[in-house]
Design a protein around this ligand. Structure first.
Ligand SMILES: Cc1cc2nc3c(=O)[nH]c(=O)nc-3n(C[C@H](O)[C@H](O)[C@H](O)COP(=O)(O)OP(=O)(O)OC[C@H]3O[C@@H](n4cnc5c(N)ncnc54)[C@H](O)[C@@H]3O)c2cc1C
Length: 309
């Protein structure tokens, strides 16, 4: 039958890595899979200042620290994109895109997080990854001393606009509502001399010929004023969608694609657990993802031990 793991974890963000640490310390045979480098969304985060005990550090630094911790405990890790998960009662079966590789485990923890939501405005598809980005820390340096538009007004939009304001000539923030981020961060952004903020706007179109050159938007107020701003790049921060494609057949998610779990991170399918941003929850942060991962691993280990009794 080949190797059967006790606990297989899909997703090596903070939730999956913490789950791996707790599961291996509970004497489980653990496999951790991720399609990308371990770290999840932390890798795209410029500065983290709210992870207890860590002070101020970059997301990449925290990702490396967490993965070193995981490796120091001997957790098996592999780069794989999981395409399907099936529940065959006693065994959970995971199929990967790479060579249709199949892994089996007694318990499964899904920690696949979320991906950035797209606006869907005309012209967007043409400039994806070639003018439009979802990660200022990854792509911001390309726009040093140039003009960029940031779309969105929540925490990510405001934090990343502040980051971009330090390297770009001008940052133009366009948001559907008012700024809704932490008041302190909004205050800082409003005080930046090279930041213009347009609230209550609908984005109409991304324009350009051989490269992206501008964005048009219209006021949602009574005047319906249409504006066009020139820019060299756009950063979209309008929320995220659940990375739920691998478990659609399992019937464990809500209408938004998020996994519904109980206080032990157990889904409606026994032996399948969810952790981190992919679960239906109120606060999506590193510290809450880690907490979910610890609880999911503890529950998965208890489940596996019960199976073998
Ligand atoms: C710009 C930005 C700034 C942020 N700033 C902060 C902050 O300052 N403080 C804070 O606490 N939080 C912050 N967050 C939120 C925080 O990063 C997330 O809450 C946290 O990373 C969620 O962890 P997770 O492990 O649940 O998911 P993720 O970090 O999203 O990790 C999920 C992992 O699953 C993998 N995966 C997905 N699908 C598959 C598949 N099919 N096969 C294999 N692997 C798969 C992905 O590659 C990814 O590595 C920020 C987020 C963003 C976007």
């Amino acid at each position: 039958m080949g190797t059967v793991y006790d606990v297989l974890i899909v997703g090596a963000g903070p939730a999956g890595m913490t789950a791996a640490i707790y599961a291996v310390r509970a004497n489980m045979k653990v496999l951790l899979l991720d399609r990308l480098s371990p770290g999840g969304q932390m890798i795209n985060t410029n500065e983290i200042e709210n992870y207890t005990g860590a002070g101020k550090l970059s997301g990449a630094e925290l990702a490396v620290k967490m993965f070193e911790h995981v490796q120091s405990l001997g957790v098996e890790f592999d780069y794989k994109t999981v395409k399907k998960v099936t529940d065959e009662d006693a065994l959970k079966v995971v199929v990967c895109e790479e060579d249709d590789a199949v892994y089996k485990a007694r318990a499964l923890i899904i920690a696949t997080g979320t991906v950035p939501r797209r606006l869907g405005a005309p012209g967007e598809d043409k400039w994806v990854a070639n003018g439009i980005s979802w990660c200022a820390i990854c792509d911001g340096a390309q726009y040093r001393s140039r003009d960029v538009v940031v779309i969105g007004g929540g925490n990510s939009a405001v934090e990343e606009s502040l980051f971009l304001s330090e390297i770009c000539n001008k940052v133009i923030v366009v948001t559907m509502l008012d700024l809704t981020a932490d008041p302190k961060a909004c205050e800082q952004l409003r005080a930046c001399p090279n930041v213009d903020i347009y609230t209550y706007q609908d984005v109409l179109e991304f324009t350009g010929t051989d490269r992206l050159t501008g964005v048009s938007f219209r006021s949602t107020g009574a005047d319906k004023t249409v504006r066009h701003v020139d820019c060299d790049g756009v950063f979209e921060y309008i929320g995220f969608q659940a990375s739920s494609e691998i478990f659609v057949g399992l019937d464990i998610s809500d209408k938004y694609g998020c996994i519904e779990v109980d206080s032990r991170m157990q889904t409606s399918k026994s032996g399948i657990f969810g952790a981190g941003d992919i679960t239906a929850k109120h606060l999506r942060q590193i510290v809450t993802a880690c907490s979910d991962g610890a609880i999911a691993a503890n529950s998965a280990a208890a489940y596996v031990k019960k199976l073998s009794r």
